[in-house]
Design a binder for this molecule. Structure first.
Ligand code: GLY
Length: 378
């Protein structure tokens, strides 16, 4: 069995056990090496990743047990939307792309499609007309977060592009494009590194300054933020074919891959001083790997960056599978160790991250069976 297949089979078996462990609850990040110490009843921004893992396992194995578990999560997401529970943030794209949109894509379920369009409408409520951006966190007018965009939002935009394709309503796409352009201009710096967040004047939309929330310091490059940008801009390119997005994704990927450490899995920030105890963020390497696969799908066979990206992908994924995966630890709940949620904030600085596991599996099944994630119609 090849390395990728071995890693997938291991993840599928772990997921089978996790369905029993979690019941109707959702994993978020590990605590003490276990997701089960931190489960939630579909109230966090990360809960779509569990659905996405279940759908990927179903598509890979065709085992109906995974589809049944995944459909149960979609039922839960329907209730969440009806009750508008914990949806006052921009991560609606993560939540509904990987749950109801995935169900629509795999099973053609019309109710799942309608639910996803309603979710896109909820995301549209984060659009701030005066400032012309999607507000990431907090209530409208919030003195700190009211004018704040974050690079992670690039991965929420595919829901809007998709809603435009399904409904023909141009407003979804217009908002996504304006926000992507603004992110490109203000979050990505001239040397292809990135700010985690950027502030605008809420009344005039004038730019104020870059900053960070989970990175080492305001001007540093949080590795996961860079990863969200790599994949997010590649997806904006997929939907719009604007070559500037492709170029941005490529340049951000080069910045990331040129800074891989010896074992090829990144630390949590590119500017943090490295000591023997500096935390990694395996999830950033997993997101980047999945993003590079998307990026490669848009490049000609003889594109000058192709060999560099392919080499970086191989190094990253081999680094994860050989050095971070829980293969051979049958009781482990997660697939890859040593992710970091918020090192400075002291939240799961070194544990399993459900999104790290999702993107790791997405990259693996794409490499092994050309099963893509759920960011756009196949
Ligand atoms: N999108 C939040 C995070 O990456 O931690």
């Amino acid at each position: 069995m090849g390395l990728w297949q071995q890693a997938i089979e291991d993840a599928v078996e772990k997921t089978r056990k996790n369905i029993e462990r979690y019941g109707d609850l959702f994993p978020h990040v590990g605590e003490g090496g276990k997701y089960s110490n931190m489960l939630n009843p579909n109230t966090d921004w990360t809960d779509g990743f569990w659905s996405g893992i279940l759908w990927l396992c179903y598509e890979y194995s065709k085992d109906e047990a995974f589809a049944q578990a995944a459909r149960r999560t979609v039922d839960s997401f329907r209730v969440r939307l009806e009750q508008h529970s914990h949806l006052d943030h921009h991560d609606i794209g993560f939540l509904y792309s990987l749950s109801s949109k995935a169900q629509w894509m795999i099973e053609g379920d019309e109710a799942a499609k309608q639910l996803t369009i309603q979710a896109a409408d909820v995301l549209m409520k984060r659009w701030r007309e005066k400032g012309q951006y999607i507000q990431a966190w907090g209530p409208e007018g919030d003195p700190v977060n009211g004018g704040r965009i974050i690079i992670d939002c690039m991965m929420n935009l595919p829901l809007l592009y998709w809603a435009y394709e399904q409904t023909g309503n141009e407003k979804y796409k217009e908002v996504a494009v304006i926000h992507a352009d603004k992110s490109r201009r203000f979050l990505v710096r001239g040397d292809d590194s990135s700010y985690h967040t950027f502030y605008f004047d809420q009344e005039t939309g004038e730019s104020i300054r870059g900053g960070t929330h989970q990175g080492f310091m305001d001007g540093s490059t949080w590795t996961r933020g860079q990863a969200w940008g790599i994949y997010g801009f590649a997806l904006s390119y997929h939907y719009t074919k604007n070559p500037l997005y492709l170029e941005t994704s490529l340049r951000m990927a080069r910045y990331f891959l040129e800074r891989l450490p010896e074992d090829n899995v990144v630390y949590w920030d590119f500017n943090v001083p490295i000591t023997a105890t500096t935390e990694r963020d395996s999830s950033a390497s997993a997101i980047t790997s999945a993003g590079i696969l998307e990026l490669l799908s848009h490049l000609d066979a003889n594109h000058p960056e192709r060999a560099f990206l392919e080499d970086g992908l191989k190094r990253s994924m081999e680094g994860l599978v050989r050095g971070y995966a829980t293969i051979g630890k049958p009781d482990a709940e997660g697939f890859i160790e040593h992710g970091s949620y918020s090192v400075r904030g002291g939240a799961a600085p070194d544990d399993f991250m459900i999104w790290g596991d999702y993107y790791y599996l997405e990259a693996l099944v794409r490499m092994e069976k050309n099963i893509k994630g759920y960011w756009y119609e196949r």
